[in-house]
Design a protein around this ligand. Structure first.
Ligand code: ADP
Length: 259
């Protein structure tokens, strides 16, 4: 098992619900954590939380769709902490809509962050990891990277891309002792799944409220009957980072949805 103490971990989308939990989990392992997000206030929020945890932390504002922005942030990481050991490419955007609703621009927005963003970050990270001949990259995919889902076609396409890319790069760098994996969160009962216009709202039967649709779908779709928490996802990310012989996998944390 890899010891994560003092390891330098770069996390994108670290201002969001799942990213924050991942950052916190690595901090508990004694890692040095780099918080990357496009929104300054999101970066500041997670940095503050980690400082209160007593972690060694650096905040960077990045746009994962922009290579120069990610490259500049990674240069700062190396200047500050001396190296990079682990990267969690977790930034993403939600896309919900029927085929009639999705515009070509919306397709580009979702694929741009979720698919191109993973490519851009991986490319820049490997420029540090390959010469070291060690490291771990973990990309946030989704159960939407393993199955089709109504009203999420562009989101699903972006997450299938993440898994295909992850497996290909895992093969490409296998002899460099770098592991590359995807984590597939299931249904995390926040964000895209809940609220007006969310997935549960979309999947309502006639006469059903959003709350009733959420409860029905949760029971029907998740064999364990309970939704997943950001902490459930973070736990698995840390496990993958510790495991030198797991590579090219897309590991679902989904209460059995994709079993
Ligand atoms: P979840 O609830 O699944 O964690 P969020 O939407 O809360 O999802 O988190 C996604 C994070 O990714 C947000 O903090 C968001 O600001 C960030 N993000 C979105 N687009 C970009 C981008 N282009 N570059 C960097 N971070 C981004």
């Amino acid at each position: 098992m890899n010891d994560l103490k003092e390891k330098v971990v770069f996390i994108t989308g670290a201002g969001g619900g799942i990213g924050k939990a991942i950052a916190s989990a690595f901090a508990r392992e004694g890692a040095k954590v780099v918080v990357g997000d496009i929104k300054q206030e999101f970066v500041a929020g997670t940095v503050k939380m980690l400082e209160e945890q007593g972690a060694d932390v650096l905040g960077v504002i990045i746009d994962v769709t922009n290579y120069d922005s990610v490259k500049a942030a990674l240069n700062e990481v190396v200047e500050t902490f001396g190296t990079l050991d682990i990267a969690v490419n977790n930034a993403g955007v939600v896309g919900i809509g029927s085929i009639e609703e999705i515009t070509p621009e919306e397709w580009d927005r979702v694929l741009g962050v979720n698919a191109k963003g993973i490519f851009v970050c991986t490319k820049a990270e490997l420029e540090i990891l390959k010469p070291k001949q060690s490291g771990a990259i973990i990309n946030t995919a989704s159960i939407a990277g393993k199955m089709g889902m109504a009203h999420l076609s562009h989101y699903v396409a972006s997450k299938f891309a993440v898994i295909g890319f992850t497996n290909s790069i895992a093969k490409e760098v296998a002899l460099d002792a770098i592991t590359v994996n995807a984590i597939c969160p299931g249904i995390v009962g926040t964000g895209m799944w809940r609220g007006e216009g969310g997935v549960a709202d979309r999947w309502k039967l006639e006469g059903e409220t959003e709350e009733q649709s959420w409860e029905r779908n949760k029971k029907a779709i998740i064999p364990q009957g309970v939704d997943q928490t950001p902490e459930d996802i973070a736990e698995a990310v840390v496990f993958i980072a510790r495991s030198p012989r797991i590579t090219g996998q897309a590991i679902a944390v989904d209460g059995g949805i994709t079993m």
